[in-house]
Design a protein around this ligand. Sequence first.
Ligand SMILES: Cc1cc2nc3c(=O)[nH]c(=O)nc-3n(C[C@H](O)[C@H](O)[C@H](O)COP(=O)(O)O)c2cc1C
Ligand SMILES: [Mn+2]
Length: 511
Amino acid sequence: MEQRIAELSSPVASAKDGAPVNWRDLRDWMALIEAHGLLQRIDKPVDADEELAAITFMATRREDAPALLFENVSGDRASACVLANMLGASKERYALAVGLDPDLSVADMIAESRRIMNRRIEPVRIPKAQAPVNEIVLRENEIDLTAFPAPKFWPADGGRYIGTGDITLTAQPATGRINVGCYRQMLQGPRRVSLYCSPGKHGLLDREAWWAQGKPCEVVAAYGVDPVLFMLAAQVFGAKESEFDVAGGIMGRPIELTEGEYVSLPIPAHAELVIEGLLHPGDTAPEGPLGEFTGYYGRERSPQPVIEVKALHSRRSPILTAALMAKYPSCEIGAYYAIMRSARILDDLERIGVPGVIAAYAHPAAASGWGIVVVSMQQQYAGHAAQVLALTAQCPAAAYYTKWIIAVDDDVDPTDFNEVLWALSTRCHPAEDIDLLRNTWSTGLDPSQFESERRPYGSKVLINACKPHRHLKSFPASTLLRREVYERVAARWAELGFSEPPPRLTTFHRD
Ligand SMILES: Cc1cc2nc3c(=O)[nH]c(=O)nc-3n(C[C@H](O)[C@H](O)[C@H](O)COP(=O)(O)O)c2cc1C
Ligand SMILES: [Mn+2]
């Protein structure tokens, strides 16, 4: 097993350029965010049935809502807590998780994220006895998952979801590659949990490969997990790549794994609560629906495979990580996802080799960063903006779901939607500057394709909000400050009675 992990991951780049992050596990990271005033503890009794989600939704109608640690949840018989809004709309909590300066702008965080997401460090093994997740180990009939305060989030949800802010491990039988995915898991009984993987997901492909050999599929799932493993489990990497190597690269040190009790898959050594189990062909139970990241209920209730739980590992008083799916800014898939997706879109465009691309942003309010991509560019030739739009629309990191692809000039910051709306309203001539792509890659979770039988085909709008290239020279000049005047005023800013620093401006009037 040790060997399998070492052999599998092909080193892509080493992480020599980065110091490791300054936390070891979820508890350490929570202490860090608490020191930054980004964690709120709720010790009053809260019902796991809708009330926990209602408090989370109401608190997170503001972008700057803290992470919420529910310390006293009804029905809890496992001395557990529930952490919600772990990352949410907070770029600061994202930065503290991946070792960046929380005061960086979103644009700078995207640039830094490109660097750390391209490092790879393979995981290592530690002995079972040294793994904090083994403080409690239970087998077979000793296990009762109904003792944990798994929330029911929305009124029409189909059940209690023990797995939302989770990670799920499966192996590919042919190569041994270990996949780490985030897939929802609904409680079905003391030792039964249903697992929903949508078509094409690596967890589903692994499962099918085991079943095709007539064997059950081994699964390890962690229901309380650190923010980096959680974030990486929700990113798409190549089918042959293990997310553990990427997570190690981001953390600047290897992820520590340990041996399981029952399955041959490894156990994340610092997780809070982990189960081991088997998916048997034909063993299904009704699952869903669940209120989704779109702000709507997703798929109808349907039979899904069930994990037969064989062993449980837990810290004492474990912390469950619960991911509320809702409209921005209440969705757990928020700032971090927008930043990471934007970084990967820029990587794709660089690999393709199109010149002049400056920045990109997939705003989290657009259905968790899925709906809109804005790309800024320096126009260099006729047709350049149309080329950047088409390539952005269909590059692997941006193609899924995205409905609105907007190109802006390099004086517009894609992360600042006030500027994007200005460009759309002053540089785009809808009759000339809008194109449509049809029958594109999308998802059955997009409610706009109705009847649902028409899903999952999508469509995309390409919007050129750059100054028209053929009139670049004669296009009206923007109103900009003269540099000397800006600097003079900035130097007197405090004297003039302003307590915040002066705004940073980068483009100025030219005579
Ligand atoms: C909180 C959360 C819940 C998710 N739930 C599911 C789910 O139930 N089923 C699914 O297929 N994908 C779900 N996803 C998306 C997957 O995690 C994502 O597509 C990821 O790339 C899957 O890993 P894979 O690429 O290795 O298959 C969820 C993501 C998040 C952040
Ligand atoms: Mn994967």
